[in-house]
Design a protein around this ligand. Structure first.
Ligand SMILES: Cc1ncc(COP(=O)(O)O)c(C=O)c1O
Length: 411
């Protein structure tokens, strides 16, 4: 078997055959821990932000991380690296870029040039902010609403003018209002793809049309795809830099092993930036904040996850799809957009008999479930709640029982 041109190799010198999941074959990296999503997973004492804010007996279903154990390979790699007490400054290992390219080829069937990859030592929120600084938008920043409660906040913090464009709808849920982005000037278009809060996977044609509209408006399209690897079985995630066609150089894709592999407490992400000049500007912006590619801990996490995390991710996606089916079966028409990715359910509060203005408090009081308030997701979020269902089986059962107490009517 020959080594693919961008294959980063492995510490043990073995080469993975090209399967959909880079980690499906190869050494035993289970470290004896297994992928058990059916048993309770106690986060007590771990400093979990979600649980620290939660009263006894309440199930926190807000913040977008998972109450599920992460890949054993990541734990093993961290443990192994921590044992060597060299914790000084690090360089960026080019193997990381090649691993990203291999991940896209094998997982998404997409060709990514390793030269496009920037391995960033901070989370996706910071990445969007610094990308905007590097893009230097000459017009307003546009994005659909509702959105993940970040884009508006980041524009406000950066002092950039922005406009929120209401999403369109069809029979199954949200659609991108592409026409509203065309025929005007803009500095940047931001997209959450797949969509947080609804879990909608945008169609390839919609993304291509949006890239075209953005280019026509003189804008760079920044596609935040941190939920892209969490696209449910049977769906395909269109990667913006791969589907933008002639507008690829004006398109950026952002992704994060933190989201995919439930390691957001170790901030990292990566960007695919085909335009070399924009890449250089981003690196210069980062340098201005004392940030550089390839921090110690995030490289360990990223490489372990991308090398060995595929089987864990496949098991996770099967678990999430099962949870999705049970929840959508129970909540029916209250679900605003059929979830096709990630672990987020976007529901119409009124359809569950909850007062649209105080829905979060009412759900907490009636069911002991703490959701995210739709109003935090921009003007398109009023009257909605976002429920995070990345839960182990016993907690999921509790949530289903509690939600069954609510009245339901057609939305
Ligand atoms: C779509 C999307 N983008 C960005 C972020 C921000 O991630 P972080 O706060 O880890 O930087 C999140 C977090 O939930 C998200 O869902």
């Amino acid at each position: 078997m020959s080594t693919p041109p961008d294959d980063p190799g492995r510490p043990d010198g073995a080469v993975a055959p090209a399967t959909r999941s880079p980690a499906r074959s190869g050494p035993d990296v289970s470290f004896g821990l297994g992928f058990d999503f059916d048993r309770a997973f106690d986060r007590a004492g771990t400093g979990s932000s979600k649980w620290a804010r939660s009263a006894d007996g309440v199930v926190p279903m807000g913040l977008a991380d998972m109450d599920l154990p992460g890949p054993p390979a990541v734990a093993g790699a961290l443990e192994q690296r921590a044992r060597h007490r060299a914790y000084g400054y690090t360089v960026c290992d080019p193997a990381g870029r090649a691993l990203v390219a291999r991940w896209y080829r094998e997982r998404h069937g997409v060709v990514v040039d390793p030269a496009w990859v920037l391995l960033l030592p901070f989370g996706p929120r910071t990445a969007v902010r610094l990308l905007l600084e590097a893009v230097r938008p000459l017009g307003p920043v546009l994005f659909p609403t509702p959105e993940w409660a970040g884009f508006a906040q980041l524009c406000l913090a950066a002092g950039l003018p922005y406009e929120e464009v209401p999403l369109a709808r069809d029979a199954t849920g949200y659609r991108l209002p592409v026409a509203a982005f065309g025929g005007r000037r803009a500095g940047a278009v931001l997209l959450s793809s797949p969509h947080n809060p609804s879990g909608r996977v945008w169609h390839e044609a919609e993304i291509r049309a949006l890239a075209e509209a953005a280019a026509g408006a003189g804008a760079v399209l920044v596609s935040d795809e941190v939920h892209g690897d969490l696209t449910h079985p049977g769906r395909r995630h269109p990667v913006a830099v791969a589907v933008a066609g002639p507008h690829r150089e004006r398109t950026v894709t952002l992704n994060s092993v933190g989201k995919t592999f439930n390691a957001s407490g170790i901030p990292s992400c990566f960007a695919l930036v085909p335009d070399a000049a924009l890449r250089e500007r981003l690196v210069a912006v980062m340098a201005g904040y004392g940030l550089w590619e390839g921090g110690l801990v995030e490289q360990v996490v990223q490489q372990a996850a991308l090398r060995h995390g595929g089987p864990w991710l496949d098991a996770l996606l099967a678990h999430l799809a099962g949870a999705r089916d049970r929840l959508t079966g129970l909540l029916g028409e209250a679900v605003r957009s059929a979830p096709e990715a990630s672990y987020l359910l976007w529901v119409d509060a009124a359809a569950l008999g909850l007062p649209p203005a105080g829905a979060r408090a009412a759900l907490l009081e009636r069911c002991g479930l703490d959701a995210s308030d739709g109003a935090d997701f921009g003007p398109g979020g009023h009257g909605s709640l976002r429920l995070n269902y990345a839960l182990p089986e016993p907690v999921l059962v509790t949530v289903l029982e509690r939600l069954a107490r609510l009245p339901r009517r057609a939305g």
